[in-house]
Design a binder for this molecule. Structure first.
Ligand code: ADP
Length: 405
């Protein structure tokens, strides 16, 4: 009998399609162990591909000559599927999970994608014009490529739907709330992953008052009480709250009226300003949106950008603690939260008045517990895994597969 060295294996493919990139990760269906993850960047221009497996047996980088580079999401997906087939011989994709930025007020949990779901998602494009169309392009491309297998949409907004009306609204006429002008919140898959981690490893903390700071290029903070989202710094769009790599965070709307009325800026210019030119990049005088570059710089602007970021994280933590009438646990996650010893230290040092006492040695070594034993607040560093969260949801829904057309 012919034998194969490689056992046929079912896998779950996770896709996160952005404006010019597709991030992906493949997980074993049975154990949810990660097999490989990577991304295709620069779709439509100088596209590049990279992929790595946790054990580094796969470690690949590729930059296409312009003439043959994938021109759109569909071509990029086509390459990815071929590459997966050639690299992970014997692995068969059983279901696909998609990260979708916005689920509107309707989707409070992940959903199996069918025609009706796709139509509904297209109807809320206006809520996330910069992200949602790309997410949907990824879904359509994967449906075309994989045919009939189950595909699941997992929403960044879903976790926040437990917020009370008070934390879900702006002080605007109620008619606007009813038509969808709400504080949706984002990074929900990251917060859900962290909540699941706490439930498993720190169960008494899971049922308490937690504040999770997801500090990356995009950054937000979420108050989680008894495992459920209570409030978030991000609101109607991923612009509210903290200053980010290139996004402004909290701003007086009067500034936007000034730009429109006195400088005649249009929506496109204001969108570019708020999404692409502000935050750490704007504050550092254009030096960088990357915290590593700012930390390494001696310039006054870079130092002020860091100071602004740190102070706003502290302010928002205090404000979320006020909403929950206290805080027992603070979690750092995201690229900055997981990796920057300096930023974590500075944030924690400024929260001593709340009873948080940093353990400098633990913080410097990147341990899970960052606070001292006598600290009133347990402070943790937990690497997030949004793709792993999507894989969990996809496995669950693919098993039952409701609602297919
Ligand atoms: P995204 O929102 O794009 O997913 P990430 O979560 O990957 O962003 O975070 C990217 C940010 O993390 C960048 O500002 C980067 O500088 C920062 N970062 C990554 N590693 C470090 C480090 N060792 N020290 C300081 N900042 C870091």
């Amino acid at each position: 009998m012919a034998t194969s060295m490689i056992q046929p294996q079912l896998a779950l493919l996770v896709i996160n399609a952005g404006s010019s990139s597709i991030k992906f990760a493949l997980f074993a269906n049975e154990t949810l162990a990660e097999l490989v993850r990577g991304q295709i960047d620069g779709i439509g221009s100088a596209a590049a591909f990279r992929a790595k497996s946790p054990d580094r047996t796969i470690d690949e980088q590729l930059r296409w000559p312009l003439e043959v580079a994938p021109k759109d999401h569909s071509a990029a997906l086509h390459f990815l599927i071929e590459w997966l087939g050639q690299t992970l011989v014997g692995v068969q994709v059983a279901a696909v999970g998609h990260r979708v930025v916005h689920g509107g007020s309707h989707y409070t949990e992940p959903v199996v994608i069918n025609e009706a779901v796709l139509q509904e998602l297209e109807s809320i494009f206006a809520l996330a014009p910069l992200h949602e169309p790309h997410n949907i392009a990824g879904i359509k491309g994967a449906r075309a490529a994989f045919g009939d297998i189950t595909q699941v949409a997992c929403f960044d907004t879903a976790f926040h739907r437990t917020q009370s009306f008070i934390n879900d609204t702006y002080a605007l006429p109620r008619s606007l709330y009813l038509e969808g002008v709400r504080r949706y919140g984002f990074h929900g898959l990251s917060y859900e992953f962290i909540a699941g981690y706490l439930k498993e490893h720190f169960p008494e903390r899971f049922s308490g008052k937690c504040i999770v700071a997801h500090l990356g290029n995009g950054a937000s903070i979420c108050a989680i009480e008894n495992g459920q989202a209570a409030s978030s710094t991000m609101g109607f769009s991923p612009l509210e709250g903290l200053p980010m790599g290139t996004r402004s965070g909290r701003i007086d709307p009067g500034v936007l009226l000034y730009l429109m009325q006195h400088k005649r800026w249009d929506a496109h210019q204001i969108s570019d300003l708020l999404y692409k030119e502000s935050g750490l990049k704007g504050l550092s005088g254009g030096l960088s949106n990357d915290m590593r570059t700012l930390e390494a710089s001696d310039s006054t602007e870079a130092k002020e950008a860091i100071e602004y970021f740190v102070q706003h994280v502290q302010q928002e933590i205090a404000s979320l603690a006020a909403i929950m009438r206290g805080v027992d646990t603070l979690v750092f996650t995201g690229g900055i939260g997981e990796n920057s010893v300096l930023i974590r230290r500075r944030i924690m040092q400024g929260l001593e008045w709340l009873g948080l006492h940093v353990d400098e040695t633990q913080n410097a070594s990147g341990a899970t517990v960052l606070s001292r034993a006598q600290s009133n607040i347990l402070c943790l560093r937990i690497p997030t895994n949004e793709e792993g969260m999507i894989a969990q949801h996809t496995k669950k829904l693919a098993t039952t597969d409701r609602g297919r057309d």
